[in-house]
Ligand binder design. Structure first.
Ligand SMILES: Nc1ncnc2c1ncn2[C@@H]1O[C@H](COP(=O)(O)OP(=O)(O)O)[C@@H](O)[C@H]1O
Ligand SMILES: [Mg+2]
Length: 401
């Protein structure tokens, strides 16, 4: 008998339990490398053969520790696959694959899916529509950008997530002040035109370099507004097959092709500009979207992105068959809550398919064949969430999902 395929999952955050369980169902030997501080999280231990902890500083790992640790592990384990379960782990996994010479996404491609500057430069070279941007590196080029591009701008870290570290700037004075503040961190940031409009996300499955499944949704408010001004977060599916969904998926296909993701899953974001109605590429990733968006996709389509991703990783996309896709409308509502364990029992419409179980958070997902019903419930629930649970707190440096 062949020995089972050994898959090493990397998760500096608590994520991907459905992925881990599916790997086990697929008959894999499952190893998990996670942060020491997450030792007591509810990992699906029955599906994990060995679990290893890396000392962390608020989930940050020293890569040298990781390389030593995994290489030591590889003395006795034949590691066949390395998979990053969180966005922050994508480059760690790529570095380890390169070090151990294991197949899958290497450093170059990982960079395009993690580094907002790398993905922009490549997109620009290939003629993808993106807001004008500049690396916060050469001050002459920054001056030229200011002369060329109208305010406002947004300054953003190249490698973070969850709208952390974003600064909106409205004048040249504010740009130089922000640069001054960033000091030596400048080169880890980029600056781009702030494009006002609706923000969409597209959650996809990819095999052989092509999107074989895609679910498009629109955020109720741009995530930056939700994170920075404190709002109830919502997202609602765009009807599949509608011109809007088709336009976004077409754009998305191009992004994936150009940035070179061969197999796996991706969460990609776009802005539809208020001014000219044009679609702009915002960002992409080689992972399942955060903020419980995988639950939204599941509610609308029946597809569990984590589970499908596990199947794809096993065969590297070969011989993969997508399960039948349902075609419902769905929406998600989440908010920080005043209460430690908010009581959602009064939310009892039959369309509710999921409730969030997380301290100081309230959240639910609704799904229906009937879009008007989703619109009606969404509007009603958002109002109720503000009354029943909503609270706000300053944005910390740690992603919230
Ligand atoms: N160029 C831009 N124009 C308008 N809004 C932007 C722009 N860049 C970012 N934002 C806002 O900030 C949010 C977070 O930015 P994004 O680039 O997606 O980084 P993150 O990885 O933090 O999600 C977006 O969802 C959007 O609301
Ligand atoms: Mg984003």
């Amino acid at each position: 008998m062949n020995s089972p395929l050994t898959i090493l999952c990397i998760a500096s955050y608590f994520k991907g339990t459905d992925f881990i369980k599916q790997c086990k169902r697929e008959g894999c030997r499952v190893l998990l490398l996670t942060s020491q501080s997450l030792e007591n999280e509810n990992w699906p231990r029955e599906s994990i053969d060995e679990i290893f902890f890396i000392p962390d500083n608020n989930k940050e790992w020293n890569m040298k520790d990781v390389i030593y640790g995994v290489s030591y592990l590889a003395r006795t384990e034949k590691i066949d696959r390395i998979v990053a379960l969180d966005d922050f782990d994508v480059e760690k996994a790529a570095t380890l694959r390169e070090h151990l010479r294991i197949g899958g996404m290497g450093d170059t491609t990982a960079r395009y899916f993690r580094d907002k500057l790398a993905m922009r430069k490549k997109a620009l070279d290939e003629g993808i529509n993106i807001p004008p941007f500049v690396h916060l590196l050469n001050h002459n080029e920054i001056k030229n950008f200011i002369e060329r591009v109208e305010f406002p701008y947004v300054i953003k870290p190249r490698m973070k997530a969850g709208a952390i570290g974003l600064i909106k700037v409205n004048s040249e004075k504010e740009v130089w002040e922000a640069l001054e503040k960033l000091g030596d961190e400048q080169s880890f940031y980029l600056m781009e035109k702030f494009v006002e409009g609706d923000v969409y996300h597209s959650d996809t499955i990819i095999t052989n370099g092509k999107i074989i499944f895609g679910s498009v949704s629109k955020y109720g408010l741009p995530p930056m507004e939700v994170a920075h001004q404190g709002r109830v977060f919502t997202s609602k599916t765009v009807p599949s097959g509608s011109p809007e969904a088709k336009e976004i998926l077409e754009f998305n296909k191009n992004v994936i092709k150009i940035l070179g993701l061969v197999y796996g899953v991706s969460h990609t974001e776009f802005i539809k500009a208020k001014e000219d109605g044009e679609l702009y590429f915002l960002e992409t990733s080689a992972r399942v979207g955060g903020a419980n968006l995988s639950e939204l996709v599941k509610a609308a389509t029946g597809i569990n992105l984590w589970e499908e991703w596990a199947k794809i990783e096993k065969t590297q996309g070969a011989a993969y068959e997508l399960p039948p896709v349902e075609n419902k409308h769905a929406a998600i509502i989440t908010s920080l809550a005043k209460q430690e364990w908010p009581d959602l029992s009064a939310y009892d419409d039959p369309e509710i398919v999921w409730k969030l179980k997380k301290k100081y958070h309230a959240g639910l997902i609704i799904a229906s064949e009937n879009m008007e019903r989703i619109d009606e419930l969404l509007e009603k629930y958002v109002k109720r969430f503000y009354e029943d649970f909503f609270t706000t707190q300053p944005l910390t440096d740690t992603p919230n999902d």
